[in-house]
Write a protein that binds this ligand. Structure first.
Ligand code: HEM
Length: 456
Protein backbone atom coordinates (compact mmCIF):
# COMPACT_ATOMS: atom_id res chain seq x y z
CA UNK A 1 0.00 0.00 0.00
CA UNK A 2 1.60 3.29 -1.03
CA UNK A 3 0.58 6.57 0.47
CA UNK A 4 1.95 10.02 -0.04
CA UNK A 5 2.59 11.51 3.34
CA UNK A 6 2.10 15.14 4.32
CA UNK A 7 4.58 16.50 6.82
CA UNK A 8 2.33 18.39 9.14
CA UNK A 9 0.82 16.59 12.11
CA UNK A 10 2.82 13.48 11.39
CA UNK A 11 1.47 11.54 14.34
CA UNK A 12 -2.20 12.33 13.74
CA UNK A 13 -1.89 11.34 10.10
CA UNK A 14 -0.12 8.17 11.03
CA UNK A 15 -2.93 7.25 13.41
CA UNK A 16 -5.52 7.91 10.71
CA UNK A 17 -3.74 5.44 8.46
CA UNK A 18 -3.59 2.87 11.22
CA UNK A 19 -7.40 3.10 11.49
CA UNK A 20 -7.78 2.84 7.71
CA UNK A 21 -5.54 -0.23 7.57
CA UNK A 22 -6.62 -1.79 10.86
CA UNK A 23 -7.53 -5.03 9.05
CA UNK A 24 -3.99 -5.42 7.69
CA UNK A 25 -2.12 -4.28 10.81
CA UNK A 26 0.59 -2.71 8.63
CA UNK A 27 0.79 0.01 6.01
CA UNK A 28 3.50 1.45 3.82
CA UNK A 29 4.13 5.18 3.90
CA UNK A 30 6.42 7.59 2.15
CA UNK A 31 8.11 10.49 3.84
CA UNK A 32 9.70 12.42 1.00
CA UNK A 33 11.43 9.68 -0.97
CA UNK A 34 11.86 7.40 2.00
CA UNK A 35 9.65 4.32 2.52
CA UNK A 36 8.39 3.39 5.99
CA UNK A 37 6.42 0.40 7.16
CA UNK A 38 4.05 1.19 10.02
CA UNK A 39 3.37 -1.93 12.10
CA UNK A 40 0.54 -2.12 14.62
CA UNK A 41 -0.59 -5.70 15.11
CA UNK A 42 0.90 -8.03 17.73
CA UNK A 43 1.64 -10.85 15.26
CA UNK A 44 3.56 -8.47 12.98
CA UNK A 45 5.41 -6.69 15.79
CA UNK A 46 6.69 -9.99 17.19
CA UNK A 47 9.11 -10.94 14.37
CA UNK A 48 10.60 -7.44 14.51
CA UNK A 49 11.16 -7.14 18.24
CA UNK A 50 11.78 -10.79 18.98
CA UNK A 51 14.78 -10.90 16.69
CA UNK A 52 18.48 -10.48 17.24
CA UNK A 53 18.81 -9.16 13.68
CA UNK A 54 16.68 -6.05 13.44
CA UNK A 55 18.15 -4.25 16.41
CA UNK A 56 19.54 -1.18 14.69
CA UNK A 57 17.84 2.12 15.23
CA UNK A 58 16.60 3.97 12.15
CA UNK A 59 18.30 7.04 10.65
CA UNK A 60 15.84 9.38 12.44
CA UNK A 61 17.68 8.64 15.70
CA UNK A 62 20.83 10.16 14.16
CA UNK A 63 19.49 13.62 14.97
CA UNK A 64 19.91 12.72 18.63
CA UNK A 65 23.61 11.94 18.12
CA UNK A 66 24.97 15.48 18.69
CA UNK A 67 23.38 15.42 22.17
CA UNK A 68 23.42 11.73 23.15
CA UNK A 69 26.33 10.49 21.04
CA UNK A 70 25.94 6.77 20.62
CA UNK A 71 24.81 5.96 24.14
CA UNK A 72 22.63 2.97 24.94
CA UNK A 73 19.53 4.26 23.15
CA UNK A 74 21.21 5.15 19.88
CA UNK A 75 24.15 2.73 19.63
CA UNK A 76 24.25 -0.46 17.58
CA UNK A 77 26.23 -3.69 17.22
CA UNK A 78 29.09 -4.55 19.52
CA UNK A 79 29.08 -1.18 21.27
CA UNK A 80 25.41 -1.59 22.21
CA UNK A 81 26.02 -5.18 23.46
CA UNK A 82 28.94 -4.11 25.66
CA UNK A 83 27.13 -1.10 27.07
CA UNK A 84 23.93 -3.01 27.77
CA UNK A 85 25.94 -5.65 29.66
CA UNK A 86 27.73 -2.94 31.60
CA UNK A 87 24.61 -0.94 32.45
CA UNK A 88 22.15 -3.73 33.26
CA UNK A 89 23.46 -4.25 36.83
CA UNK A 90 22.98 -0.53 37.39
CA UNK A 91 19.26 -1.25 37.65
CA UNK A 92 19.59 -4.08 40.11
CA UNK A 93 17.36 -4.29 43.09
CA UNK A 94 19.71 -2.80 45.70
CA UNK A 95 20.30 0.36 43.70
CA UNK A 96 16.62 0.77 42.95
CA UNK A 97 16.03 0.53 46.70
CA UNK A 98 18.45 3.41 47.23
CA UNK A 99 16.57 5.38 44.60
CA UNK A 100 13.36 4.91 46.55
CA UNK A 101 14.76 7.46 48.99
CA UNK A 102 15.12 9.97 46.15
CA UNK A 103 11.61 9.27 44.87
CA UNK A 104 10.24 9.78 48.37
CA UNK A 105 12.14 13.01 48.98
CA UNK A 106 11.02 14.50 45.69
CA UNK A 107 7.43 13.34 46.08
CA UNK A 108 7.31 15.17 49.42
CA UNK A 109 8.34 18.39 47.68
CA UNK A 110 5.85 17.70 44.87
CA UNK A 111 2.93 17.31 47.25
CA UNK A 112 4.09 20.35 49.25
CA UNK A 113 4.24 22.52 46.10
CA UNK A 114 0.62 21.62 45.40
CA UNK A 115 -0.68 22.70 48.80
CA UNK A 116 -1.56 26.21 47.55
CA UNK A 117 -3.00 24.93 44.32
CA UNK A 118 -6.17 23.30 45.62
CA UNK A 119 -9.79 24.22 44.74
CA UNK A 120 -8.84 25.89 41.49
CA UNK A 121 -8.14 24.74 37.93
CA UNK A 122 -4.44 24.11 37.47
CA UNK A 123 -2.17 22.47 34.92
CA UNK A 124 -0.63 19.53 36.76
CA UNK A 125 1.81 18.63 34.00
CA UNK A 126 4.61 21.13 34.82
CA UNK A 127 4.53 20.11 38.49
CA UNK A 128 4.91 16.45 37.56
CA UNK A 129 7.59 17.16 34.96
CA UNK A 130 9.79 19.13 37.32
CA UNK A 131 9.48 16.43 39.95
CA UNK A 132 10.53 13.78 37.40
CA UNK A 133 13.43 15.96 36.32
CA UNK A 134 14.66 16.39 39.89
CA UNK A 135 14.48 12.62 40.31
CA UNK A 136 16.51 11.84 37.21
CA UNK A 137 19.16 14.49 37.97
CA UNK A 138 19.60 13.03 41.42
CA UNK A 139 19.63 9.38 40.35
CA UNK A 140 21.58 9.69 37.10
CA UNK A 141 24.15 12.27 38.20
CA UNK A 142 23.83 12.57 41.96
CA UNK A 143 23.07 16.26 41.34
CA UNK A 144 20.30 18.31 42.93
CA UNK A 145 19.06 20.79 40.32
CA UNK A 146 15.97 21.67 42.33
CA UNK A 147 13.79 22.17 39.27
CA UNK A 148 10.73 22.06 41.55
CA UNK A 149 11.96 25.10 43.46
CA UNK A 150 13.89 26.81 40.70
CA UNK A 151 11.95 26.83 37.45
CA UNK A 152 14.48 29.15 35.78
CA UNK A 153 17.25 26.56 35.38
CA UNK A 154 19.04 27.00 32.04
CA UNK A 155 19.78 23.29 31.92
CA UNK A 156 16.11 22.41 32.37
CA UNK A 157 15.11 24.84 29.60
CA UNK A 158 17.76 23.40 27.28
CA UNK A 159 16.53 19.82 27.82
CA UNK A 160 13.06 20.81 26.58
CA UNK A 161 14.22 22.98 23.75
CA UNK A 162 16.57 20.31 22.47
CA UNK A 163 13.85 17.61 22.45
CA UNK A 164 11.60 19.96 20.53
CA UNK A 165 14.26 20.92 17.96
CA UNK A 166 15.20 17.28 17.32
CA UNK A 167 11.58 16.24 16.88
CA UNK A 168 10.86 19.05 14.41
CA UNK A 169 13.96 18.17 12.43
CA UNK A 170 12.92 14.51 12.24
CA UNK A 171 9.65 15.58 10.62
CA UNK A 172 11.21 17.99 8.10
CA UNK A 173 13.30 16.23 5.40
CA UNK A 174 14.46 19.63 4.09
CA UNK A 175 16.28 20.11 7.43
CA UNK A 176 17.94 16.70 7.37
CA UNK A 177 21.21 17.75 5.66
CA UNK A 178 23.42 19.57 8.19
CA UNK A 179 24.13 22.36 5.73
CA UNK A 180 20.43 23.22 5.36
CA UNK A 181 19.72 22.75 9.05
CA UNK A 182 22.55 25.15 9.89
CA UNK A 183 21.57 27.77 7.31
CA UNK A 184 17.78 27.82 6.98
CA UNK A 185 16.96 25.64 10.01
CA UNK A 186 17.48 25.93 13.75
CA UNK A 187 21.13 24.90 13.72
CA UNK A 188 22.32 27.87 15.79
CA UNK A 189 19.68 27.39 18.48
CA UNK A 190 20.52 23.67 18.49
CA UNK A 191 24.23 24.33 19.05
CA UNK A 192 23.55 26.80 21.83
CA UNK A 193 21.42 24.21 23.62
CA UNK A 194 24.08 21.61 23.11
CA UNK A 195 26.66 23.83 24.73
CA UNK A 196 24.47 24.24 27.82
CA UNK A 197 23.58 20.54 28.01
CA UNK A 198 27.10 19.21 27.57
CA UNK A 199 28.59 21.99 29.69
CA UNK A 200 26.34 20.97 32.57
CA UNK A 201 26.91 17.21 32.39
CA UNK A 202 30.64 17.65 31.85
CA UNK A 203 30.90 19.79 34.97
CA UNK A 204 28.94 17.28 37.02
CA UNK A 205 31.09 14.38 35.78
CA UNK A 206 34.31 16.27 36.49
CA UNK A 207 33.20 17.11 40.02
CA UNK A 208 32.17 13.53 40.73
CA UNK A 209 35.38 12.21 39.19
CA UNK A 210 37.42 14.50 41.42
CA UNK A 211 35.51 13.25 44.45
CA UNK A 212 36.27 9.64 43.51
CA UNK A 213 39.95 10.48 42.92
CA UNK A 214 40.27 12.14 46.30
CA UNK A 215 39.80 8.73 47.85
CA UNK A 216 42.40 7.11 45.63
CA UNK A 217 41.69 4.45 43.07
CA UNK A 218 40.50 1.77 45.43
CA UNK A 219 36.95 3.08 45.62
CA UNK A 220 34.25 0.62 44.60
CA UNK A 221 30.52 0.00 45.08
CA UNK A 222 31.43 -2.16 48.11
CA UNK A 223 33.43 0.42 50.06
CA UNK A 224 31.73 3.62 48.94
CA UNK A 225 29.97 4.15 52.28
CA UNK A 226 33.28 4.12 54.05
CA UNK A 227 35.06 6.25 51.45
CA UNK A 228 32.48 8.86 50.53
CA UNK A 229 30.51 8.84 53.75
CA UNK A 230 27.59 6.75 54.96
CA UNK A 231 24.92 8.94 53.53
CA UNK A 232 26.30 9.25 50.05
CA UNK A 233 23.86 7.68 47.68
CA UNK A 234 25.06 6.08 44.50
CA UNK A 235 24.04 7.54 41.16
CA UNK A 236 24.28 5.88 37.72
CA UNK A 237 27.28 8.09 37.19
CA UNK A 238 29.11 6.46 40.12
CA UNK A 239 28.53 3.06 38.51
CA UNK A 240 30.02 4.31 35.28
CA UNK A 241 33.01 5.78 37.11
CA UNK A 242 33.60 2.49 38.95
CA UNK A 243 33.55 0.66 35.62
CA UNK A 244 35.61 3.27 33.80
CA UNK A 245 39.00 1.59 34.03
CA UNK A 246 37.92 -1.97 33.48
CA UNK A 247 35.56 -1.20 30.62
CA UNK A 248 37.94 1.37 29.12
CA UNK A 249 35.33 4.13 29.12
CA UNK A 250 36.44 7.57 27.99
CA UNK A 251 35.08 10.83 29.38
CA UNK A 252 32.85 11.16 26.30
CA UNK A 253 31.57 7.58 26.73
CA UNK A 254 30.48 8.47 30.24
CA UNK A 255 28.89 11.71 29.16
CA UNK A 256 26.83 10.05 26.42
CA UNK A 257 25.37 7.51 28.85
CA UNK A 258 24.56 10.16 31.44
CA UNK A 259 22.93 12.33 28.75
CA UNK A 260 20.97 9.31 27.49
CA UNK A 261 19.57 8.59 30.93
CA UNK A 262 18.71 12.23 31.39
CA UNK A 263 16.81 12.20 28.10
CA UNK A 264 15.05 8.80 28.35
CA UNK A 265 14.56 8.84 32.07
CA UNK A 266 12.32 11.77 32.89
CA UNK A 267 10.02 12.92 30.07
CA UNK A 268 8.77 9.37 29.67
CA UNK A 269 7.77 8.95 33.30
CA UNK A 270 6.40 12.51 33.50
CA UNK A 271 4.10 11.92 30.53
CA UNK A 272 3.02 8.56 31.98
CA UNK A 273 2.10 10.12 35.33
CA UNK A 274 0.35 13.10 33.73
CA UNK A 275 -1.90 10.95 31.52
CA UNK A 276 -2.60 8.64 34.45
CA UNK A 277 -3.67 11.64 36.57
CA UNK A 278 -6.04 12.77 33.83
CA UNK A 279 -7.61 9.33 33.49
CA UNK A 280 -7.90 8.78 37.24
CA UNK A 281 -9.39 12.27 37.63
CA UNK A 282 -12.00 11.44 34.99
CA UNK A 283 -13.09 8.15 36.60
CA UNK A 284 -14.36 8.70 40.17
CA UNK A 285 -15.08 4.96 40.60
CA UNK A 286 -11.46 4.10 39.81
CA UNK A 287 -10.20 6.89 42.06
CA UNK A 288 -12.32 5.64 44.95
CA UNK A 289 -10.70 2.21 44.65
CA UNK A 290 -7.28 3.85 44.62
CA UNK A 291 -8.08 5.90 47.71
CA UNK A 292 -9.30 2.71 49.41
CA UNK A 293 -6.08 0.95 48.44
CA UNK A 294 -3.96 3.79 49.85
CA UNK A 295 -6.01 3.90 53.06
CA UNK A 296 -5.71 0.15 53.52
CA UNK A 297 -1.91 0.33 53.18
CA UNK A 298 -1.21 3.51 55.16
CA UNK A 299 -4.26 4.12 57.35
CA UNK A 300 -3.75 7.44 59.13
CA UNK A 301 0.02 7.23 58.92
CA UNK A 302 1.97 9.85 56.99
CA UNK A 303 5.04 7.66 56.56
CA UNK A 304 6.71 7.43 53.18
CA UNK A 305 6.16 4.21 51.18
CA UNK A 306 8.54 1.30 51.63
CA UNK A 307 9.33 -1.31 48.96
CA UNK A 308 6.72 -3.59 50.53
CA UNK A 309 4.09 -0.87 50.36
CA UNK A 310 4.80 -0.42 46.67
CA UNK A 311 4.32 -4.15 46.08
CA UNK A 312 0.91 -3.88 47.74
CA UNK A 313 -0.25 -1.13 45.34
CA UNK A 314 -1.73 -3.61 42.89
CA UNK A 315 -4.68 -1.56 41.70
CA UNK A 316 -2.45 1.49 41.18
CA UNK A 317 -0.19 -0.70 39.07
CA UNK A 318 -3.15 -1.75 36.89
CA UNK A 319 -4.07 1.94 36.47
CA UNK A 320 -0.53 2.87 35.43
CA UNK A 321 -0.43 0.01 32.93
CA UNK A 322 -3.83 0.91 31.51
CA UNK A 323 -2.76 4.57 31.17
CA UNK A 324 0.37 3.48 29.30
CA UNK A 325 -1.86 1.38 27.03
CA UNK A 326 -4.02 4.35 26.02
CA UNK A 327 -1.25 6.94 26.15
CA UNK A 328 2.11 5.19 25.72
CA UNK A 329 4.83 7.71 26.61
CA UNK A 330 6.79 6.53 23.56
CA UNK A 331 3.99 6.45 20.97
CA UNK A 332 6.18 5.00 18.22
CA UNK A 333 9.72 3.76 17.78
CA UNK A 334 11.63 2.58 14.76
CA UNK A 335 14.06 -0.05 13.54
CA UNK A 336 16.07 -0.42 10.37
CA UNK A 337 15.34 -3.79 8.82
CA UNK A 338 18.79 -5.29 8.33
CA UNK A 339 17.79 -8.20 6.10
CA UNK A 340 14.63 -9.13 4.16
CA UNK A 341 11.93 -10.24 6.55
CA UNK A 342 8.50 -11.81 6.03
CA UNK A 343 5.65 -9.97 7.72
CA UNK A 344 2.07 -11.10 7.14
CA UNK A 345 3.10 -13.27 4.20
CA UNK A 346 4.89 -10.42 2.40
CA UNK A 347 8.60 -9.80 2.07
CA UNK A 348 9.71 -6.48 3.53
CA UNK A 349 13.03 -5.58 1.91
CA UNK A 350 16.27 -4.84 3.75
CA UNK A 351 16.86 -1.17 4.65
CA UNK A 352 13.15 -0.36 5.11
CA UNK A 353 12.40 1.60 8.28
CA UNK A 354 9.78 -0.18 10.39
CA UNK A 355 7.83 2.07 12.77
CA UNK A 356 6.09 0.27 15.62
CA UNK A 357 3.05 2.40 16.45
CA UNK A 358 2.31 1.50 20.07
CA UNK A 359 -0.69 3.85 20.33
CA UNK A 360 -2.46 1.89 17.57
CA UNK A 361 -1.14 -1.53 18.57
CA UNK A 362 -2.57 -1.06 22.06
CA UNK A 363 -6.04 -0.42 20.62
CA UNK A 364 -6.48 -3.74 18.85
CA UNK A 365 -10.01 -4.80 19.89
CA UNK A 366 -8.99 -8.44 19.60
CA UNK A 367 -6.87 -8.05 22.76
CA UNK A 368 -8.48 -4.96 24.27
CA UNK A 369 -12.25 -5.04 23.66
CA UNK A 370 -13.85 -1.59 23.70
CA UNK A 371 -10.32 -0.21 23.30
CA UNK A 372 -10.98 3.44 24.16
CA UNK A 373 -12.42 2.51 27.56
CA UNK A 374 -10.14 3.15 30.55
CA UNK A 375 -10.44 -0.16 32.35
CA UNK A 376 -7.58 -0.99 34.76
CA UNK A 377 -9.07 -4.46 35.33
CA UNK A 378 -7.62 -5.49 31.97
CA UNK A 379 -4.33 -5.92 33.80
CA UNK A 380 -5.40 -8.19 36.63
CA UNK A 381 -3.43 -11.47 36.34
CA UNK A 382 -6.62 -13.35 35.32
CA UNK A 383 -7.44 -10.91 32.52
CA UNK A 384 -3.88 -10.42 31.28
CA UNK A 385 -3.12 -14.14 31.30
CA UNK A 386 -2.87 -15.58 27.78
CA UNK A 387 -2.80 -12.21 26.01
CA UNK A 388 -0.40 -12.08 23.06
CA UNK A 389 2.98 -11.00 24.53
CA UNK A 390 3.45 -8.35 21.82
CA UNK A 391 -0.05 -6.84 22.10
CA UNK A 392 1.13 -4.47 24.83
CA UNK A 393 4.68 -3.11 24.60
CA UNK A 394 4.89 0.38 26.16
CA UNK A 395 8.51 -0.38 27.11
CA UNK A 396 9.24 -2.08 23.77
CA UNK A 397 10.22 -5.76 24.02
CA UNK A 398 13.02 -8.16 23.22
CA UNK A 399 16.71 -7.40 23.60
CA UNK A 400 16.32 -3.63 23.09
CA UNK A 401 13.53 -3.18 25.56
CA UNK A 402 13.57 -0.32 28.05
CA UNK A 403 16.34 -0.80 30.59
CA UNK A 404 14.58 1.62 32.96
CA UNK A 405 11.14 0.03 33.19
CA UNK A 406 11.40 -1.10 36.83
CA UNK A 407 12.73 2.32 37.76
CA UNK A 408 9.83 3.92 35.88
CA UNK A 409 7.12 1.80 37.50
CA UNK A 410 8.59 2.44 40.93
CA UNK A 411 8.80 6.18 40.37
CA UNK A 412 5.24 6.39 39.02
CA UNK A 413 3.90 4.43 41.99
CA UNK A 414 5.66 6.66 44.52
CA UNK A 415 4.59 9.97 42.97
CA UNK A 416 1.02 8.97 42.11
CA UNK A 417 0.45 7.33 45.49
CA UNK A 418 1.62 10.54 47.25
CA UNK A 419 -0.74 12.55 45.08
CA UNK A 420 -3.65 10.21 45.85
CA UNK A 421 -2.95 10.05 49.58
CA UNK A 422 -3.06 13.81 49.82
CA UNK A 423 -5.59 14.93 47.22
CA UNK A 424 -8.69 14.02 45.27
CA UNK A 425 -8.24 14.73 41.58
CA UNK A 426 -10.99 15.98 39.32
CA UNK A 427 -10.18 16.36 35.63
CA UNK A 428 -11.61 19.54 34.19
CA UNK A 429 -10.98 18.48 30.58
CA UNK A 430 -12.80 15.74 28.74
CA UNK A 431 -10.53 13.31 26.97
CA UNK A 432 -11.56 14.61 23.56
CA UNK A 433 -10.53 18.12 24.61
CA UNK A 434 -6.89 17.11 24.96
CA UNK A 435 -4.90 16.65 21.80
CA UNK A 436 -2.06 14.15 22.27
CA UNK A 437 1.03 15.44 20.46
CA UNK A 438 3.12 12.54 19.19
CA UNK A 439 6.53 14.14 19.52
CA UNK A 440 9.50 12.19 20.87
CA UNK A 441 7.15 11.66 23.80
CA UNK A 442 3.35 11.65 23.77
CA UNK A 443 2.42 15.00 25.33
CA UNK A 444 -0.91 16.67 26.00
CA UNK A 445 -1.11 19.80 23.79
CA UNK A 446 -2.53 22.07 26.48
CA UNK A 447 -1.41 20.42 29.69
CA UNK A 448 -3.38 18.27 32.11
CA UNK A 449 -5.93 20.51 33.77
CA UNK A 450 -7.30 19.32 37.10
CA UNK A 451 -8.91 20.57 40.30
CA UNK A 452 -7.35 19.16 43.45
CA UNK A 453 -9.08 18.88 46.82
CA UNK A 454 -7.06 18.18 49.96
CA UNK A 455 -8.05 14.86 51.55
CA UNK A 456 -6.90 15.69 55.05
C1 HEM B 1 7.07 5.30 31.59
C2 HEM B 1 8.37 5.41 31.40
C3 HEM B 1 9.12 4.85 30.22
C4 HEM B 1 8.67 4.36 29.04
C5 HEM B 1 7.23 4.25 28.56
C6 HEM B 1 9.84 3.95 28.28
C7 HEM B 1 9.79 3.38 27.02
C8 HEM B 1 10.91 2.97 26.30
C9 HEM B 1 10.85 2.41 24.98
C10 HEM B 1 9.58 2.20 24.15
C11 HEM B 1 12.13 2.14 24.60
C12 HEM B 1 12.59 1.61 23.26
C13 HEM B 1 12.90 2.82 22.41
C14 HEM B 1 13.39 2.51 21.04
O1 HEM B 1 13.55 1.35 20.67
O2 HEM B 1 13.64 3.47 20.34
C15 HEM B 1 13.00 2.52 25.70
C16 HEM B 1 14.37 2.39 25.70
C17 HEM B 1 15.19 2.86 26.69
N1 HEM B 1 14.79 3.42 27.88
FE1 HEM B 1 12.89 3.70 28.50
N2 HEM B 1 10.97 4.21 29.01
C18 HEM B 1 10.58 4.74 30.22
C19 HEM B 1 11.40 5.13 31.26
C20 HEM B 1 12.78 5.03 31.25
C21 HEM B 1 13.63 5.39 32.36
C22 HEM B 1 13.12 5.90 33.70
C23 HEM B 1 14.93 5.19 31.95
C24 HEM B 1 16.22 5.42 32.68
C25 HEM B 1 16.33 5.76 33.92
C26 HEM B 1 14.88 4.70 30.58
C27 HEM B 1 15.98 4.38 29.82
C28 HEM B 1 15.92 3.79 28.58
C29 HEM B 1 17.11 3.45 27.80
C30 HEM B 1 18.56 3.72 28.20
C31 HEM B 1 16.64 2.85 26.62
C32 HEM B 1 17.48 2.25 25.51
C33 HEM B 1 17.67 0.76 25.80
C34 HEM B 1 18.45 0.01 24.75
O3 HEM B 1 18.36 0.31 23.57
O4 HEM B 1 19.15 -0.93 25.15
N3 HEM B 1 13.56 4.60 30.21
N4 HEM B 1 12.23 3.03 26.73
Amino acid sequence: MTIVFKFAEFYEQLLEYTYMYAEEGTCRLWMGVKPFLAVFRAQHVEPLLNSTKHMDKSAEYDFLHPWLGTGLLTSTGLKWHQRRKLLTPTFHFKILSDFLEVFNEQSKIFVYQLRNQTEKDIDLFPFITKCALDIICDTAMGKHVNAQGNPESKYVEAVYLMSEIVHRRQKAPWHWPDILFNTIGRGKEHDKCLEILHGFTEKVIQERQAEHKQYSDDISSENIDEKLGKHKRLAFLDMLLFAQKEAGLTFTDIREEVDTFMFEGHDTTAAGMAWASHLIGSHPDVQQKLHDEMDSIFGESERMPSKDDLTKMKYLEYCIKESLRLFPSVPMFARTITEDIEIDGKIVPKDTTAVIVTSALHRDPKYFPDPEKFDPERFTPENANGRHPYAYVPFSAGMRNCIGQKFAMMEEKVILSSLLRNYSIKSVQRRDEIRPLGELILRPDSGIRVRLTARK
